[in-house]
Write a protein that binds this ligand. Structure first.
Ligand code: NAD
Length: 382
């Protein structure tokens, strides 16, 4: 396995390198900020083992995104990094952001780099599974009988809606009062393509799809509901329901197992998927995939850069490791390798190893690297 550090390779040799290896799959790794590099080190360990064990032949290369990129390139997403991301077959990302960059020009903040790479790569379909490993039922704040066996998938629209809508402005009224506004636009084609992802996912799961909107108030949601109904005609086997987002938030904590696949817009999906993450005990367990129309994807844990625990070697690397598994499944169709990684994670939990965020009585507390090593050992032994 050859790992390329782009920081030491001139641009032209990067292109040659990519052309030379046109047959092998290229994976761009962006560790990011805060705990990003710590959790990514474990993700890469597991990917390397899967690469060898299943003869996948992937080539990894590394670059910066977010605050680290701002420090190195003066931009949270350098043009050359974007070019490398476009050339890669998949991108694996840690997390971005941190207090060090909180006071810089808002246009250059780490999170802007993340939004830009998602939109430039056309990654409109965000898959966020919330699966409760039975070993972690006690780690959830909800009663075990409410969450045990939970396995839901939130499909979030990622490149449209209020996070990208213009005009957006902060201004001062004639009266001297400050005011600000955002715009929540959705076109028919944007809704149609994410609805299709929702129905496709429902077809390979339990054929139940709940579309979440706020159609009683928002014009964009009324269009959303109309288009979802139209797409439903192509999926007669899927049982479709609609729910207002406020009710969905309530139902997610009241009876989360009623859901199988949820499809929703960018902002609602952002909030509901964080809420769903807590049903499973910790956001440190949740991977995500962001896909374009050709299933090229960027894979990342659902959590952020956790500045409060960065540098301490205590972050949970399992969300990143499970993101590797999602990458193998959704971008490369390597089902056996993806299954093996998930099995290895489950075995390590069976062994009673826990990072601090999922710690419970009678289990052994381990750090980031020890958790990664345990998954590697389990994967090698499968
Ligand atoms: P966060 O997800 O970073 O942290 C929330 C809480 O969860 C913290 O207490 C943290 O310690 C804990 N946590 C998160 N990941 C963990 C892990 N793997 N193991 C153990 N505990 C974990 O969210 P935040 O505090 O709201 O944001 C911190 C920074 O991350 C901000 O700069 C924010 O903009 C950024 N952020 C980035 C992303 C991303 O890169 N995709 C997503 C969300 C937030």
């Amino acid at each position: 396995l050859r790992q390329v550090d782009f920081s030491t390779e001139p641009q032209c040799s990067v292109r040659k390198h990519i052309m030379r290896n046109a047959m092998s799959k290229q994976i761009l790794i962006l560790p990011g900020d805060g705990i990003g590099p710590e959790i990514m080190a474990e993700g890469v360990k597991v990917l390397n083992v899967a690469n060898d064990k299943f003869g996948l032949g992937y080539e990894l290369s590394f670059d910066d995104l977010g605050g680290a990129a701002y420090d190195r390139y003066g931009s949270p997403l350098a043009d050359e990094t974007l070019e490398r991301a476009r050339a890669a077959d998949a991108v694996l990302l840690g997390a971005v952001g941190g207090p060090k960059w909180d006071t810089i020009d808002p246009a250059l903040r780490p999170e802007r780099g993340l939004l830009k790479i998602r939109s430039e790569l056309g990654l409109f379909g965000n898959l966020r599974p919330a699966i409760l490993y039975p070993q972690l039922a006690e780690a959830s704040t909800l009663k075990p009988e409410v969450v045990s066996g939970l396995d839901i998938l939130i499909v979030r629209e990622l490149t449209g809606g209020i996070y990208f809508g213009t005009p957006r402005e902060r201004t001062t009224l004639e009266s001297g009062e400050r005011m600000a506004y955002d715009t929540l636009p959705y076109s028919e084609s944007e809704v149609r393509r994410i609805a299709k992802v929702g129905f496709d996912m429902a077809m390979v799961r339990n054929k139940k799809l709940c579309s979440v909107d706020k159609a009683n108030v928002l014009a964009s949601s009324q269009l959303w509901r109309e288009v979802v109904e139209e797409v439903a005609k192509d999926y007669p086997d899927v049982e479709l329901s609609h729910m207002y987002v406020d009710n969905a938030a309530m139902q997610l904590v009241r009876a989360p197992k009623q859901f199988d696949v949820i499809v929703t817009d960018n902002m609602f999906g952002d909030i509901l998927s964080d809420q769903a993450s807590m049903l499973t005990g910790s956001i440190g367990m949740l991977p995500s995939a962001s896909l374009d129309v050709n299933s090229k994807g960027m894979y990342e844990p659902c959590h952020g850069s956790a500045p409060d625990i960065a540098g301490q070697g205590i972050a949970n690397p399992l969300a990143t490791i499970l993101s590797v598994s999602m990458m193998l499944r959704y971008s490369f169709a390597q089902v056996a390798a993806a299954d093996a990684i998930e099995q290895a994670v489950s075995q390590v939990l069976d062994q009673g190893l826990r990072t601090g965020d999922i710690q419970s009585e009678g289990c052994r507390k381990v750090g980031t690297a020890e958790m990664g090593d345990a998954v590697v050992a389990a994967l090698k032994n499968l």
